[in-house]
Write a protein that binds this ligand. Structure first.
Ligand code: FES
Length: 574
């Protein structure tokens, strides 16, 4: 058959009858594999981000076995391998710092081994972009099986969403509206099944984005982790990756500029996370597609919000699935996107979604009657953010979108924690809270602290939102009038470093601007006085990170990891 003609990459290891062919096969034989599995079958690497320390991915150990069934059924030979896993809620100082390390782990593991095709089992926030970045730098046929969201959280008669509910509880505790016992009670009610955060946080956004990029089977992203149809999806993905190897359908054929443009637009329409900008930019950099912050501004800021999910709305991923899932959103926006973009099943994104049916207009609205007219992510420019900053209007407060206020500056996150609830802190609701030192280099690892909790005394007064600005990130589950990703960051001498208490800061989302209202002379004077803080570590990975990480507008990848080294191994094993 025509499709079986191409020589498999794995045959470089298993196909020879010499000493090394013997060595490559013989040691694997200790797992009881029969001879025919080594002969002319696509070897499928199942890259598993399972870990007990990554709660959102803890079910993926079983999913690997389901994918294997699909691979065997289609005539492939599956070999599972572990990679470093990133548990968002547990790892310190920030999983973002380890994203690039995982990408290196994945890239080198794939290239160095006899693999023809790859299945990425992912879930928690960074496990999807990190593994995909690594896979892109090798560029084999690759399919993603997103682990799926948890079931809706249920607490005292309410649906509660991961992350979003956490911030609400934290505020309620500060306001004295709930007790420690209430808080403890809520813990297990919010996270009541396997899976990742079920709000439209970074994990759900990232899963939706990779589905839009064409890297999953259609409809895969919103299926809850514990729904049996998720297992069917995993099995079918195992089938499909074997065919993809025979078709030589590589990542680079799918991840075109048009695919990225689709992903930017759909991320806006679902109210997706601001983190997606950083991850998509980094992924594009690995596959050789030029994507910059201007693309997000051009494509994302005018999109309507079609999906009524927390944090921008009230529903959760389980509801999105029952309403028809992401294919409904893609179909609804078929005139906005490149419908001809290719996906891993060999069909276009338009073909895949043309028969999608919406079963609940409350959850997924139409383009004609969107949930909100404008969503997306707005890119800000100004003297406070020469290379850009971002704000997510759908999660912000309307009357604060144009606001000038007095700066209340926190020099670090520790400084913030020490002083924010001090009754003597000179702050009111018109002020702008400024946080420094939480960028990629400064923290290091750009943690999700940009949505600083408001001072207790203002919460007790009933204040719900204030303008907050920083060089950090925000959880996709969070909300508020929060300016993030200020670039260049304060720790490398960006203007943010020069802001002082009492300065006036002007935010104008309509004009896409963020400015520090002081004279050029004063700014220059402060710049001369500024001294760079010490770097976090002079050894190991942290040292590698702070010396090589790029700024947020460039995707926070390492300069030396841009692009890929292809499938060829550096030298043979002798
Ligand atoms: Fe893992 Fe939210 S903590 S997805």
């Amino acid at each position: 058959m025509e499709k079986y003609k191409k020589k498999l990459r794995s045959e470089e290891w298993f196909g020879d009858d010499d000493k090394m062919g013997f060595v490559h096969r013989s040691w694997l034989r200790n797992q009881g594999h029969p001879d025919h599995l080594f002969r002319g079958r696509p070897v499928i690497g199942i890259c598993n981000t399972w870990s007990d320390l990554t709660p959102c991915n803890a079910h993926l150990r079983d999913f690997a076995d389901i994918v294997k069934r699909g691979v065997y059924e289609a005539g492939g030979f599956p070999l599972e391998f572990p990679v470093m896993s990133l548990g968002e809620t547990i790892m310190k100082p920030s999983t973002m710092m380890w994203r690039n390390l995982v990408s290196m782990d994945v890239e080198e593991t794939i290239r160095a081994n006899p693999l023809d095709g790859i299945v990425l089992l992912t879930g928690c926030d960074k496990t999807t972009p990190s593994t995909l970045m690594g896979a892109c730098s090798v560029d084999l046929p690759t399919i993603i099986v997103p682990g799926g969201p948890m079931l809706n959280g249920k607490w005292r008669g309410m649906d509660v969403g991961s992350g979003t509910f956490t911030w609400q509880l934290a505020d309620a505790l500060k306001e004295g509206k709930i007790t420690q016992d209430d808080l403890r009670d809520a813990e297990s009610c919010m996270s009541r099944s396997a899976g990742h955060c079920m709000t439209m946080g970074t994990a759900s956004s990232m899963a939706s984005v990779v589905e839009t990029l064409g890297l999953t089977l259609p409809g895969a992203s919103s299926i809850p982790a514990v729904d049996s149809r998720k297992k069917v999806m995993a099995h079918l993905s195992g089938n499909r990756i074997v065919e993809m190897v025979h078709e030589d359908l590589k990542l680079s054929a799918i991840l075109t500029k048009k695919a990225f443009e689709n992903a930017i637009k759909i991320n806006s329409a679902i109210g997706g996370s601001t983190n997606i900008m950083i991850h998509l930019t980094a992924i594009a950099g690995r596959i050789g597609v030029k994507l910059d912050i201007g693309d997000f501004d051009r494509l994302a800021s005018e999109m309507p919000l079609l999906v009524n999910l927390m944090p921008a709305g009230k529903y959760l991923m389980e509801d999105l699935y029952y309403a028809g899932g992401l294919p409904v959103v893609i179909k609804e926006l078929s005139k906005e996107i490149h419908s001809g973009a290719l996906t891993i099943n060999g069909k276009t994104i338009g073909d895949n979604c043309q028969d999608a049916v919406c079963y609940n207009n409350e959850v997924i609205s139409s383009v004609d009657k969107p949930f909100k007219k404008k969503a997306g992510i707005v890119v800000l420019k100004g003297n406070l953010c020469e290379n850009g900053a971002v704000i997510k209007p759908s999660a912000a407060t309307d009357h604060l979108m144009q606001h000038t206020g007095r700066a209340v500056v926190f020099e670090s996150i520790e400084d913030y924690h020490e002083r924010v609830d001090d009754p003597k802190l000179d702050i009111d609701e018109t002020c702008v809270m400024v946080l420094k030192g939480v960028g990629p280099v400064g923290y290091p690892g750009m943690p999700e602290v940009g949505n600083m909790e408001l001072p207790q005394k203002l919460l007790k007064k009933g204040v719900k939102d204030m303008v907050r600005i920083s060089d950090g990130r925000m959880s996709g589950t969070a909300y508020g009038t929060v300016v993030l990703h200020i670039s260049p960051e304060s720790s490398i001498g960006g203007t943010l470093a020069l802001v002082r208490n009492g300065d006036l800061i002007e935010l104008n989302v309509g004009k896409k601007s963020l400015n520090l209202l002081i004279s050029e002379e004063e700014l220059e004077k402060r710049r001369k006085e500024w001294t760079a803080p010490e770097t976090a570590s002079n050894r190991g990975y942290v040292n590698l990170y702070v010396n090589n990480v790029e700024q947020a507008d460039k995707g926070c990848d390492f300069k030396f990891l841009k692009g890929g080294s292809g499938q060829k191994v550096l030298r043979d094993l002798h």
